[in-house]
Design a protein around this ligand. Structure first.
Ligand SMILES: [Zn+2]
Ligand SMILES: [Zn+2]
Length: 278
């Protein structure tokens, strides 16, 4: 069984619509795909309709902040209509618009020919994010390709036109998702300098209900994976894997990292004790 538990679509900052993501997932030989768009479940209905023989694990990736550092939390199998969770998601999405507008203003101040209207048109109905701004910058000729926007010159964390945003405390994220009958997995804790989550921090999250840690991720080294596997074992958490595919933005890589069948079953049984795999 092949399960990729971290995938984005155009419902957030991926380049492919949810149905196309599912088509590519089948082509990649996957059995289970978790659609984990940033702070939204808007892609689920389209993905489910296009799932065919694939199992869709409904999910999302929540933007959090811990001790001043950005941290991403994957959530699965929650009820998105649970009132507290729904309100928090709306707040995060509203803030994304305020923040994207502020970054566009800063870019304009730096002489970049980019407008909010262009960014909004590129984002369409998706949750707006930096990749949409990057695409507008490339379309306007300020940079050769969207990837070039993610430097300190432009909109990388701490960059000249970067604007921080509202983010959830991860303990609150775990509580909200638990209250909505879902489970949480810490995403790529060792993917880079800006997202480093320490052993102690992971242990604290485990103590308040974290279900798993994403060990297998394209941006995590073999050394870090080994350390995380040992930690996950000590804390009795589930080790997951996912490609974090964003379509052409990351290079199409669905299925490049996967979760083992045992880990998948353990994860689902934590959300639905005694229940069947969806
Ligand atoms: Zn992430
Ligand atoms: Zn992601």
């Amino acid at each position: 069984m092949r399960a990729d538990l971290h995938v984005h679509s155009s419902a957030s900052d991926g380049t492919d619509p949810p149905a196309e993501v599912m088509r590519r997932a089948a082509q990649a030989g996957l059995d289970v795909v978790a659609l984990t768009d940033h702070d939204t479940v808007a892609g689920h209905a389209e993905a489910r309709a296009a799932a065919g023989r694939l199992t869709l694990l409904p999910g999302m990736e929540l933007s959090c902040r811990l001790d001043g550092r950005s941290l991403h939390m994957l959530a699965y199998l929650f009820d998105p209509d649970q009132p507290d969770l729904a309100a928090e998601l709306a707040r995060i999405r509203d803030d994304r618009v305020i923040r994207a507008r502020a970054m566009v203003d800063r870019l304009a101040g730096l002489g970049v020919a980019v407008t909010w209207e262009q960014v909004a048109e590129i984002a369409g109905s998706a949750v707006v994010g930096r990749p949409h701004i990057a695409r507008a910058m490339a379309a306007g000729g300020a940079i050769a390709s969207p990837r070039e926007a993610f430097t300190r010159d432009w909109i990388a964390d701490g960059g000249r036109a970067y604007v921080g945003r509202y983010a959830l405390d991860p303990v609150r994220a775990i509580d909200l998702v638990s209250a909505a009958r879902g489970i949480t997995v810490l995403a790529h804790p060792r993917a880079g300098r800006d997202t480093y989550v320490s052993d102690e921090q992971i242990a604290r999250l485990a103590a308040v209900g974290l279900a798993g840690v994403e060990v297998h991720h394209p941006d995590q080294s073999d050394t870090e994976r080994g350390r995380l596997l040992a930690l996950v074992h000590d804390l009795a958490l589930v080790a997951t894997g996912g490609s974090d595919d964003h379509g052409s933005l990351t290079g199409h890589r669905l299925g490049a990292e996967t979760t083992t069948a045992d880990a998948y079953e353990a994860l689902v049984s934590r959300a639905r004790p005694g229940g069947s795999i969806p």
